[in-house]
Design a protein around this ligand. Sequence first.
Ligand code: PGA
Length: 249
Amino acid sequence: MRRKIVAGNWKMNGSSELVTKLIGGVKSELSAVDKGVEVVIIPPALYLRDVQQEAGDSGLKLGVQNVSQYESGAYTGEISPAMVADVGAEFALIGHSERRALFSETDETIAAKVQCALTHKLTALLCVGETLDERDAGQAETVVCGQVERALAGVSGDSWKQVVIAYEPVWAIGTGKTATADDAQQMHKTIRSLLEKLDAPADTISLLYGGSVKADNAAQMFSQPDIDGGLIGGASLKADDFARIFKAI
Ligand code: PGA
């Protein structure tokens, strides 16, 4: 059985006030969701404890937007996977396209982050996706498969259980343009076939779609056979919108 996951990535947005308002609103809608669905909040790390406190025993899960590839020590500004696990967060976004494009993260760094996150029993939520130029040039599948392969090269055995992949076409992030459900399904299927070739338990690995998911397109995305949930940016900042999305799964 594949995990069903809807995760809200707040990016560099939020405040103490938003935590109270938003988590309060989200919590009150959770009872409408099937028990097996994992609803994850990924706030700026500074607010993890606040979100946790506000979430109480609601069952909401927590994640971080980035982790270090290093264990500990003189890495000013970084947060280690051990610290993330220590405060009770379970998910680490790794390789988000904004990290790749704006903070020069390479496939090599991303692979090291995945390894370190897995060592500390976090779920590594690996983000992959092509730019519009790459798609127009007919290279979308090659680019995405290359990213998956290089990021997960060191994964084996039971660690696969902690891997989740989010396909997020770069041109769909924050733009209001979504991939069609057919195109998204096609890419998810391609990723699953690649995982099979990599000897991963492909049928058990959750693949999420991200990129301008909204309340009105979520159900169609989530009903595709190879799409197991979503990674939500902008629409996760409003309790009502986010709730309508996770209730669509
Ligand atoms: P968006 O962002 O939903 O605002 O397009 C998705 C993401 O960046 O994960």
